[in-house]
Design a protein around this ligand. Sequence first.
Ligand SMILES: [Zn+2]
Length: 170
Amino acid sequence: MSGTLHHRHPGDGWVQCGDHQHWGLHGAAGLFLVRRAPPAPGGRPGRVTEVVLQHRATWSHHGGTWGIPGGAVAPGETPTQGALREAAEEAGVDPASVRVVAEHVLDHGVWTYTTVLAETLEGRRTHVSATDPESIEVRWVPVDDVAGLDLHPAFAASLPHLMTLLDDQR
Ligand SMILES: [Zn+2]
């Protein structure tokens, strides 16, 4: 999520949604980047082995929890473009090093959050790192370790469905 302390973009701002607020005048988007084991004989894609998670800065919303890099979508930008831009800014992800495979939209009517699911090319462990103050750390996390982390509640709620979507790619 883009904060107010730095790198402001068009599209930054709060949207009132019933009794609560969301970040992103044009919605928000995040990148869920995974890598897979080598394909099985016959070419079936391998299982997801690791995912990129962001340990969120303590001052941010739900600070100290783990989630995915992302933020407000800018005007004229698709959610996928926004997620890739934010992942480049926050996590050093080179957009040329990943392949987008699916999107999942959480629709609140006046506001949407799009999780862009992507995988690295040929299962590579691409370089990622915390590249702005919104993160304490960004790293590859073994998929079996994810549930043991203190996850951002919205990410935790969507995670089972996201993993199902990735499994459907196989
Ligand atoms: Zn809402």
